[in-house]
Design a protein around this ligand. Sequence first.
Ligand code: CA
Length: 246
Amino acid sequence: MDKLRILLVEDEPDLAQVLVDYLVRDGFDASVEGNGAEALARIERAPPDLLLLDLMLPDLDGLSILREVRKFSELPVIMVTARVDEIDRLIGLELGADDYICKPYSPREVVARVKTVLRRLPRRTASEAPNPATRPSLIEIDADTWQVRIQGQRLELTPKEFKLLQALADKPGRVFSRSHLLDLIYEDNLDVSERAVDSHMKNLRKKLSNALPEREIIRSVYGVGFVFEGREDDSPPPARPTPGGA
Ligand code: CA
């Protein structure tokens, strides 16, 4: 099977090389591009399977690149930024990045996030693709009756919990900030703090984990917000060869 191709757009060569080494060791075909305009041309020519995009580049910044890429491709993108407070702003822009990583990062963590984002994608080859018609839904959300079922089992949610789940599940893999979720679940949020989101979210995640202990359906992204990870496909992630044994 062909290796999945990761393009890392990063202008700090040492940092980039460390990450590339980790990705290659994990079975990916990883390469680096330090120049924004050159990166964009490369993506247009031959889109990678996943893009790791640094926000601060000397010429074209990461945001402009992502904007351009989104005009012609839905390829998965992980944004990398040196500022944790920047992430909230990026999410607010709704540019459609699939995840956000803050520097300094551990290369291991980045590899894990890359795998998570890739796992969410539909299978590439037709022979491997699960049949959507016969595949049972892990989680069913009925907006008309306000009912939620997990593997067929009914889940009792409050209206706020339902709204939170619905908003996140509507865009799997997208990270929602607390303030964005606050806007979504309250009509008029003038007197409501973001702590209210945390409180409803805590209860919702508890109910979800009670129903499905082995899965984390809603993941908390530290310092940022929440992301829906409940994939329809319940099969384990594809095993990758680990050179030198596990
Ligand atoms: Ca940089």
